[in-house]
Write a protein of this length. Structure first.
Length: 468
């Protein structure tokens, strides 16, 4: 197992370093380290308005969400090998030529991704906090404990989504039954204890009071999730064979009102027939936002009366912008290179499909506003969420073109994205806190969004596509 694991780690590094250079990719964890190191000195200032315990909740929720997003690779059993590895990760197909089972290879793949993303995301952040601890007066033991609990939070997100996605691949009704039972359990726990179920998140309990019993319990839960997921994993397609009639022309006629109906139709059929529309909606949109809502609700007393809804609307807008990766994951520009189709036209087509998908976040924000008793602010919340989403996706298209899934690990790309989007989020968060109806001005974000899209078309038409 170690030999295969080591080979997969080398392969993953070579794929990423080939895409955007060894130095640029190697600087990515250095940037995360720098953010954590410098941010540690701001903690005393933030504690004047937000208690340390709530900062801990935010950080752990962020890494739980990161694990959920990374763990979404198991959406459809046989598609994991095909879409996640593509043409590069050839070791994924070694079961075809070597006496290795698919489950053995996939187990190595999961362990490899866990270690890889720990080194890439979790360790640099925790290590930055540890290095800053002598200067900030934080005990070394507390800094080390934070690194441990952040790693556990990341693993909980990854293993939970891996577990749920393997159930999804086996039986969709079973997944819905499990989710309903889980929601019922959370609701029962909230009724019995009168507390937010998020407070019982094992890494948070461990961070608040370290005991070996809590640590062993957390590890046991992770082991169960991981073991059951591996046992349920099936590399083969399950269920009956699916046959589809030719629905391209009828659907294109229905979508004739869109700017580029043929490309929009192709993207729609890709999403529907792969099952990714349902899977991505659950694992990359609804599930992360449900987790964020649980943790954000703990911070409600520290926001203005309407502040929680608008923070959630902004967060929904940022996550909704990642729907652009849903429609760019199915193909690369290579197959289009022999056709009279420019990169700019493909970008327009992908953004058109993305715009249609924004019905999901709009409905989601509206439902949250009504259920939370903030129906009076439904319109400004929806406008804010959609404006942030369209602005963020325009920046993403300008920076990453048709390859947002991979170029996010380019230090330069990520740094520029964080600055351009972060400034907007900060400004409109302050505006929302001042007066909720002022955020209607966020529609002005469509102006720079349009400008970024035009720049993206010019930029990527002039670049020879790399093929990833």
């Amino acid at each position: 197992m170690l030999e295969l694991f080591h080979a997969m780690m080398k392969e993953e590094w070579r794929v990423h370093s080939t895409m955007f250079g060894s130095l640029s990719f190697a600087l990515f964890p250095v940037m995360i380290f720098g953010i954590a190191f410098m941010g540690s000195f701001l903690v005393p200032l933030m504690q004047t308005t937000l208690p340390a315990g709530n900062l801990t909740v935010i950080i752990h929720a962020s890494y739980l969400m990161l694990g959920i997003m990374v763990g979404g690779f198991g959406l459809l059993g046989n598609e994991v090998m095909n879409r996640r590895f593509g043409q590069a990760s050839l070791l994924a197909y070694s079961a075809r030529s070597l006496p290795l089972s698919e489950q053995f290879i996939f187990s190595n793949f999961v362990v490899k991704d866990t270690v890889y993303y720990f080194i890439l995301w979790v360790f640099p952040f925790g290590f930055g906090y540890i290095v800053a601890s002598p200067f900030t007066g934080v005990p070394l033991a507390s800094a080390l404990l934070l690194l441990l609990t952040l790693a556990l939070a990341f693993l909980f997100g990854l293993c939970a989504v891996f577990f749920l996605s393997t159930i999804y691949a086996r039986s969709k009704p079973a997944l819905w039954l499990f989710l309903l039972a889980l929601v019922a359990g959370w609701g029962g726990l909230a009724v019995l204890t009168g507390m937010n179920p998020a407070l019982f998140f094992p890494p948070l309990l461990l961070n608040a009071s370290f005991t070996w019993a809590n640590l062993l319990a957390s590890c046991a839960i992770l082991a169960v999730l991981f073991g059951v997921a591996i046992a349920l994993f099936s590399p083969e397609s399950v269920g009956s064979e699916k046959n589809y009639r030719n629905s391209f022309t009828p659907l294109m006629q229905r979508l004739s009102f869109l700017p580029d109906p043929p490309l929009a139709t192709k993207d729609t059929l890709d999403l529907y027939r792969s099952g990714s529309l349902v899977g991505q909606t659950i694992f990359s949109f609804l599930l992360p936002l449900a987790v964020i809502w649980f943790f954000l609700s703990l911070l409600g007393p520290y926001f203005p009366p309407h502040g929680l809804l608008f923070i959630f609307a902004i967060t929904t807008g940022v996550i909704a912008s990642t729907m652009y990766t849903w429609v760019t994951m199915f193909d690369t520009f290579g197959p289009y290179a022999c056709l009279p189709v420019a990169v700019s036209r493909l970008i327009t087509g992908k953004l058109t499909t993305f715009a249609v998908l924004q019905l999901l976040p709009a409905l989601f924000i509206a439902v949250v506003a009504l259920l939370s008793g903030e129906g009076a602010y439904l319109l400004p919340a929806v406008v804010l969420g959609l404006s942030v989403s369209f602005y963020a996706v325009a920046v993403m298209a300008w920076l990453a073109g048709l390859s947002p899934n991979v170029l996010v690990y380019d230090v330069k790309v990520l740094a520029i994205y964080l600055v351009l989007v972060g400034i907007v989020l900060t400004v409109f968060t302050a505006v929302a806190f001042a007066n909720p109806y002022y955020v209607l001005a966020s529609v002005l974000l469509l102006v720079p969004a349009w400008w970024f899209v035009q720049k993206a078309k010019v930029r990527w038409d002039a670049v020879d596509p790399a093929g990833f």
